[in-house]
Design a protein around this ligand. Structure first.
Ligand code: GTP
Ligand code: MG
Length: 149
């Protein structure tokens, strides 16, 4: 199995949606292996979203992400990148399917409540950016027997 970096953005935390969102990942059979509540600094936000630095929405994105605490997570499971992107839904919440997190809980691109890594390479980069090595716990859960064939 692989690991992905997931972040509940300031709107998710401030709207008290943390429990509901984490329940979706747990119910699916994915496993939380690291978690941290933090208010992201401007530097960290700019580093995390570096690929978008020339986009017209970059400044408002950085303002949004640093505006209040976020919940950073590392989540483990088989094909975890694509499984999580599916659970999260399309970037634009108005176009995201109902049943996805963005489709069910959000309205605007600039308030789309959650981030998830888009590849194993970005997951590695993002996990290192937000967590020290000893903050990611590689444990096994016995009910994985009932999740995976
Ligand atoms: P992340 O998981 O947050 O990286 O979202 P994503 O991978 O679905 O989208 P992408 O990496 O392309 O964009 C990063 C974030 O920038 C999005 O989640 C949005 O919050 C924001 N964003 C992307 N495109 C737009 C846009 O056209 N307008 C605005 N206001 N924000 C945008
Ligand atoms: Mg992205």
């Amino acid at each position: 199995s692989e690991k992905s970096f997931v972040m509940l953005k300031p709107d998710a935390v401030s709207r008290r949606l943390v429990g509901k969102i984490l329940a979706r990942f747990e119910e699916k059979g994915l496993q939380i292996v690291a978690v941290k509540l933090l208010q992201i600094s401007k530097n960290l936000a700019e580093e995390h979203y570096g690929e978008h630095k020339d986009k017209p929405f970059f400044n408002s994105l950085i303002e949004y992400i640093t505006s209040a605490p976020s919940l950073a997570l590392v989540i483990k499971g088989d094909d975890v990148i694509s499984v999580i992107r599916k659970i999260v839904g399309a970037t634009n919440p108005k176009e995201a399917d109902l049943g996805t997190i963005r489709g069910d809980f959000a309205m605007d691109m600039g308030r789309n409540i959650i981030h998830a890594s888009d590849s194993l390479e970005s997951a590695k980069r993002e996990i290192t950016l937000f967590f020290k090595e000893n903050e990611v716990i590689d444990y096994d859960i016995s009910d994985n027997l009932w999740i995976y064939e």
